[in-house]
Design a protein around this ligand. Sequence first.
Ligand code: PLP
Ligand code: ZN
Length: 452
Amino acid sequence: MAGSYRSYLHCFNGCSGSYPVDSILYLCPHCGGLLEVQHDLDALRLTAPAEWRKLLDSRAATTRWPYGGGVWSMKEWVAPELRDENVVSMYEGNSNLFWADRFGRSIGLDDLWVKLCGNSHTGSFKDLGMTVLVSVVKQMIADGSPVRAVACASTGDTSAALAAYAAAAGIPAVVFLPRDKVSDAQLVQPLAHGAHVLALDTDFDGCMRVVREVTQDNSIYLANSMNSLRIEGQKTVGVEIVRQFDWTVPEWIIMPAGNLGNISALYKGLKLLQDLGIITRLPRLVAAQASRANPFYQSFRNNFSAPVAMQAEATQASAIRIGAPVSYAKAVQAIRQTDGLVEQASEQELATAAALADKTGMYACPHTAVALAVLCKLRQQNIIRPGSRVVVISTAHGLKFSGFKSGYHQGSLPLVTGDHANPPLELPATAAAVRAALDKRLAAQPAGSARV
Ligand SMILES: *Cc1c(COP(=O)(O)O)cnc(C)c1O
Ligand SMILES: [Zn+2]
């Protein structure tokens, strides 16, 4: 395996010019559009597809540091110029992909899989991108860069990941959160990691505006997904899914979408596999949006004739409450190139989908619930056929969103009727009362019934 792979930042809109991946540059200096990391495909293609498969299979989930981690098992495709000593990893990735048999059957689907990306260090799939970004910053500082800190605006999960990885690297972190709009767990995470937590009286889009200004002097490095390094890490989820299916491609992948970095990243990872000859077709990608924060859905309905920006309204799916998504152009490419779709789910639809999924043993966060609700819709319309292999990407751990769960079961969520609420039975402490209550309950639900 040659150790001389290269990557550069290029303008996504095609302006000329290429920049080192460790330059402090977030947007194209010519057109102001997004940048993206491009890899030297000719060099990567010198290794045969079967060799790459063997290499990744031999590394992933081993303790060979850092190559055992899910992201770093494909280091040559992610950050080839990063020196191993600068990798800041907590073995993110390698998350379980499980057959959601019972939920799948309840909607007439035999081959439904859920990729549990929330089973990760900080409880969301944002760890995948953050390990890459913080590692590159560590190398920049080692090489003499004057960067003093890393910063991000966040709907809660990006800041948790940034704070944890920065703490692991010993780099100061500054996080900008919309006040009272993230879950308790998400607020506590960066506090615990010693980050400078700034709670601003605005929404995510407002925080984004401020952090862009504050990071303009280049001494504070911007860690939002406008930064293409994050996308390089996030793209590994697509590769990992294919690897977990023994290098075969599912027909559909559904993912909740807000700022649109992740749906773009999913496409980028899969496209790389195709460019390297490891797969020959792409899955159809579905971006799932909350209907109260649905600018991408609206643009899709206009055939992507123009980006839509809106004031995103409150939704249980708070991590995708974004009105002006930064990675719009890349996400349009992801949907177009895969014959993909954008669909939406209401508060009621997402809450019901979460409740039904939980009754089959999942523990869906509200964003995963948006994806599951969209799956149900596409199944009902028979756009997704009964025999199709479908993967839903679960983006965060349900335990980060206890307020959503308890609100549902206590009947206190706005705009939601808890048809499947399961509040605790309060009983006198006598065996007779317990027996009577259980007899009644269990008669209504025979063991082994497939009904969800
Ligand atoms: C960030 C995030 C998303 C959406 O990713 P985008 O890149 O913003 O589209 C979905 N779910 C969760 C839990 C997230 O934290
Ligand atoms: Zn440009």
